[in-house]
Write a protein that binds this ligand. Structure first.
Ligand code: DGL
Length: 273
């Protein structure tokens, strides 16, 4: 389908988490229409192999292309970590992931040159953040830690109190942040919801980096470079697509987006090959 300035921005994630990225996009580019796809039938991606996440990512992209999107935003860190090359090769439109923008903020933030990255097991195992940081500043010392339990905690709304604090202490307290780490990358869509607990455990000397805003800035640049910025206030649309029934997405998603979601359409994905 052809696209122009009035075409929507497509965003996908494994589920509700990418709504933190959509929120930043809407704040940065309020006039743009958006189509968000949460692959709620297949979530989580963070514990699946790169091969499977790539297959799902291509199917998500194909479904969004049917809406005539002008740019694809891969809001899921795990999919950004493993599927960007395949997506860029397969799609006729620009593809923006969350890892390069997050890494560039972290590289610009650290003064000690010691950065820690937390994410899903898939993101951490891929080494994508480590590579992105090394390509920006090869002298950086990067440590990483998978924090899989943060995802269900954020979805349950357990974002403060004893349980998330104990979990954060376990993940962050065993050496990850020792010896001068001053920057911690929240390398997963869900972690911004746990920001206050993570900051309390990490201490005031550590700056938390959330890639959502940096990703929105990158999308704005891409649209500008290609003369695809929508300038009129009229006809800004928000569409939400899901692959499982919509109820839980609508309920939990409101917390991630910061306001209610009026409805979501359930679709089936077609896997390639
Ligand atoms: N959206 C995923 C990410 O940012 C977290 C949830 C999942 O594992 O699917 O990596």
């Amino acid at each position: 389908m052809r696209h122009d300035r009035h075409s929507p921005i497509g965003v996908f994630d494994s589920g509700v988490g990418g709504l933190t990225v959509l929120k930043a996009l809407i704040e940065r580019l309020p006039l743009e229409s958006t189509v968000y796809l949460g692959d709620t039938a297949r979530v989580p991606y963070g514990t699946k192999s790169g091969e499977v996440v790539t297959k799902y990512s291509l199917a998500n992209a194909d479904a969004l292309l049917e809406y005539g999107i002008k740019v694809l935003v891969v809001a899921c860190n795990t999919a950004s970590a493993v599927a960007l090359p395949a997506l860029r090769q397969a799609l006729p439109i620009p593809v923006v992931g969350v890892i390069a923008p997050g890494a560039s903020v972290a590289a610009a933030t650290t003064k000690t040159g010691k950065v820690a990255v937390i994410g899903t097991p898939g993101t951490i195992a891929s080494g994508a953040y480590q590579q992105a940081l090394a390509s920006l500043r090869s002298e950086l010392e990067v440590r990483s830690q998978a924090c899989p339990l943060f995802v269900p905690l954020a979805e349950e709304g357990w974002i403060d109190g004893d349980v998330p604090r104990l979990v954060a202490n376990k993940y962050l307290g065993e050496g990850l942040l020792s010896e001068g780490v001053d920057t911690l990358v929240l390398g997963c869509t869900h972690y911004p919801l746990l920001k206050s607990v993570i900051q309390a455990v990490a201490g005031p000397q550590v700056t938390l980096v959330d890639s959502a805003r940096a990703t929105a800035d990158r999308v704005a640049e891409v649209l500008h470079e290609r003369d695809l910025v929508k300038k009129e206030r009229l006809a800004t649309e928000r569409h939400y697509l899901v692959t499982d029934t919509p109820n839980r997405f609508i309920e939990v998603g409101a917390r991630f987006l910061g306001h209610s979601i009026s409805g979501a359409r359930q679709i089936d994905l077609k896997l390639r090959g």
